[in-house]
Ligand binder design. Structure first.
Ligand SMILES: NC(=O)c1ccc[n+]([C@@H]2O[C@H](COP(=O)([O-])OP(=O)(O)OC[C@H]3O[C@@H](n4cnc5c(N)ncnc54)[C@H](OP(=O)(O)O)[C@@H]3O)[C@@H](O)[C@H]2O)c1
Length: 292
């Protein structure tokens, strides 16, 4: 399989929205544990400016990163925003004094979260908002249950013009269907990478519907991926292991959009280089052994 290797090619996220498939996840720009200010604010600003300079036009964030910190850094680094930049945010959680992530999804919570995102990003309308539902004990599993009330609240804010497009996160296939019975969605953001492939079937089903699948923790998240197969392919191809993890996701399905996170300009450049790597059939077969 081949793809346009400049940032993985493009994807039509919505009628009025085309993004490069390699984007950037801003969560790592807050302080340790995604709480408080970054260790190196200048580097955080530099990462965002370099991302846009390299052609990245899809940034994932939330006002609960920091809280507020990540959005404020994005605004400082990039506002006034380039016309082509798509900022995707998420609601449905808050932070407690211990740095936990309790749910916050009453209609009032949702409305307040949208207003905080608009204010801290300095925008009149948000391009895409994901409603984050699950979490569970591990922080990233689906938790069954209805999302109708919070998703209806989000759809109401879309009708008011505060949001252009909707998505859902940390959800099951049933919850995606329930959301679609309320309003159209353009993306699903769930935990997935070369070593965690529980959503394989879901990705194919969403591709069929033209809906983007945006894996979070594409590089393993707080514990970066480690696998002998990843290292072996990386060594053979003369790149870093994270570049291979990125290339694998881009080749897995054309509806996958990537938002790898980093707090380092050097890592950002490596990740962008990873999008240009085209894996061979034997590389893919070797990497397929990781999941099984
Ligand atoms: N919807 C949700 O519930 C949800 C949950 C989690 C995350 N997200 C989103 O998904 C995005 C991606 O997830 P993530 O940032 O947590 O995890 P990730 O992209 O899987 O991995 C980030 C980690 O990999 C390291 N890294 C990045 N590039 C590297 C490279 N080239 N070489 C070596 N290490 C590298 C980073 O450290 P350095 O900083 O040192 O580079 C960081 O520790 C987040 O930024 C956030 O926007 C969404």
């Amino acid at each position: 399989m081949t793809h346009d290797t400049h940032l993985g090619g493009t994807f039509q996220l919505a009628d009025d929205l085309v993004v490069n498939r390699l984007g950037f996840g801003a969560m790592q720009l807050a302080g340790p544990g995604v709480f408080g200010p970054p260790r190196d604010r200048d580097e955080a600003l530099a990462v965002l400016r370099e991302a846009v300079a390299l052609g990245i036009n899809h940034i994932d964030t939330s006002d609960f990163y920091g809280p507020h910190v990540t959005n404020q850094i994005i605004r400082e680094a990039l506002s006034p925003y380039p016309e082509s930049l798509c900022i995707v945010t998420k609601v449905g959680a808050t932070r407690d004094e211990k740095g936990g992530w309790p749910h916050a999804r009453s209609p009032k919570d949702i409305r307040e979260a949208i207003d905080r995102n608009l204010e801290n990003l300095g925008l009149d309308a948000l391009d895409v908002v994901n409603l984050r539902i699950g979490g569970g004990n591990d922080g990233h599993s689906h938790v069954e249950g209805s999302l109708e009330e919070p998703f209806t609240a989000l759809a109401e804010l879309q009708r008011e013009g505060k949001i252009k497009h909707l998505g859902v996160s940390t959800v099951s296939a049933e919850q995606i269907k329930e959301a679609q019975s309320v309003a159209p969605i353009v993306c699903v953001q769930n935990f997935y990478n070369v070593a965690h492939r529980e959503d394989d079937e879901l990705i194919d089903a969403l591709a069929h519907e033209g809906i983007a699948y945006v894996p979070y923790f594409p590089l393993g998240g707080f514990s970066p991926l480690q696998a002998g197969e990843l290292d072996a392919v990386a060594e053979r191809r003369g790149v870093g292991s994270m570049a291979v993890a990125i290339a694998w996701l881009l080749q897995r399905s054309p509806n996958i959009l990537l938002i790898p996170g980093t707090s380092s300009v050097a890592h950002l450049r490596e990740n962008v280089a990873g999008a240009a790597l085209v894996l061979s059939q034997s590389d893919l077969e070797e990497l397929d052994r990781i999941g099984g």
